[in-house]
Write a protein that binds this ligand. Structure first.
Ligand SMILES: NC(=O)c1ccc[n+]([C@@H]2O[C@H](COP(=O)([O-])OP(=O)(O)OC[C@H]3O[C@@H](n4cnc5c(N)ncnc54)[C@H](O)[C@@H]3O)[C@@H](O)[C@H]2O)c1
Ligand SMILES: [Zn+2]
Length: 362
């Protein structure tokens, strides 16, 4: 079993990755003193798929887990849903020893984590991510939260999980589009931090596409280790953590411009990375050869076509990005494969040119 350590000031936990790990969850919780009263937050679909795998070997001397269901979909990341979960926890008598287990994708992880962060001023929680995006990204880093009707992820907290348990075999039931969407984030990690990971994805692309267990396990371990390393150095997003935002400034703008739900998050990031590569190449910050290699891998994953968009609309949205400081737009751009830098984009014309050059604006 692969173990990745996350070490933060005053907090440390492990990320365990292993195909078939789900059956061992009761024991892993017990060994770490996380088994007194377990509340599993999940969706009906995931409970149906994995209830047996999770509870089949639940020992008789451990109180059985209580399942709390929320409907799948982004709209569950709401104050209303959080409130319903608080009510269930209170009615079930959950006290400070209770442990919330988030069994699901990023939606469940963010919501259940937010509830755990706020219930009784914070109880422990464990992430059991079931999508590729959640295994390599959202379950790591302690950012939890819900949406507000005026914007995504506006209400939240930093609350680190006590443990992250990633079972790559759960990803076999993921819809094709979800799988591919997560792969763009995996390519992101290669570009921002590891030429070795990038080359691995290039060389094993077919195996990864077909979800061969060896290949995807290595992929998850490497990506999770990069995210763990970055957040261990910069928990609250003051500097280094910004590199994780590669592809996201334009990505978020595209999600907003296309209407949330039309474009998967990872797909938007795929387009956003193409923009950043184009911008970097035009400014002479990366070589044409590196740019070509990066583009080829991103395109090989199959990006969906975008509707007709105007660059003004995308620019306006980029300028509203909550990570912006003052009037200056900061972009994360690749300098070579495995290394990115943060540049300040003052002239809007270069951005427009890169939006056209990358095919986002026709
Ligand atoms: N906290 C963070 O740092 C962070 C980082 C990135 C994204 N996010 C958040 O993550 C969310 C997106 O997460 P996501 O992409 O995992 O989407 P998701 O949680 O909506 O899951 C996608 C779909 O896959 C289904 N599903 C999940 N696991 C499955 C499985 N094993 N088999 C079959 N179907 C399965 C879900 O029911 C859902 O329909 C967004 O809300 C985003 O804001 C958070
Ligand atoms: Zn992302």
């Amino acid at each position: 079993m692969k173990s990745i350590r996350v070490t933060l000031p005053g907090h440390r936990h492990e990320i365990l990755v292993e195909p078939g790990l789900t059956g061992l969850i009761p024991k892993l919780l017990k060994d770490r003193g996380l088994s007194d009263s377990v509340f599993v937050v999940t969706s009906p679909r995931i409970q149906k798929l994995y209830h047996q795998a999770l509870t089949g070997a639940w020992p008789g001397d451990m109180p059985p887990p209580v399942f709390l269901q929320v409907p799948e979909g982004e709209s569950s990341k709401s104050l209303e849903m959080a409130s319903r979960l608080y009510t269930r926890l209170i009615r079930q008598g959950a006290d400070r020893s209770a442990v919330v287990v988030a069994l699901g994708g990023g939606v469940i992880g963010d919501l259940a984590g937010f509830v755990a962060a706020t219930y009784l001023r914070g109880i422990r929680f464990v992430q059991v991510p079931t999508t590729l995006l959640a295994q390599i990204d959202s379950s790591i880093g302690g950012k939890v939260g819900i949406n507000h009707e005026l914007g995504k992820n506006l209400i939240g907290a930093f609350h680190q999980p006590s443990l992250v348990l990633s079972d790559p075999s759960l990803l076999l039931t993921l819809a094709e589009r979800e799988w591919h969407s997560g792969l763009f984030e995996a390519v992101k990690y290669g570009i921002i931090s590891s030429s070795r990971l990038f080359a691995f994805i290039e060389s094993r692309l077919e195996a990864i596409r077909h979800r061969e267990m060896d290949a995807i396990t290595r992929l998850i371990v490497e990506c999770a280790a990069i995210k763990a390393r970055v957040i261990s150095k910069d928990e609250k997003e003051s500097g280094l953590r910004m590199i994780l935002n590669f592809g996201h400034t334009v990505g978020h703008a595209l999600e907003a411009a296309c209407g949330y739900g039309k474009l998967r998050h990872g797909e938007a990031v795929g387009w956003g990375m193409l923009f950043a590569i184009e911008y970097s190449e035009r400014k002479g910050l990366t070589s044409s050869r590196a740019a070509r290699r990066m583009r080829e891998l991103i395109c090989a994953l199959g990006l969906p076509r975008l509707p007709r968009l105007r660059s003004d609309e995308i620019l306006a949205s980029m300028e509203q990005d909550k990570k912006r400081r003052g009037r200056v737009l900061r972009l994360v751009v690749p300098s070579r494969i495995g290394r990115v830098s943060v540049v300040e984009a003052e002239d809007r014309e270069s951005i427009r040119a890169a939006l056209r050059g990358s095919g986002i604006v026709r």
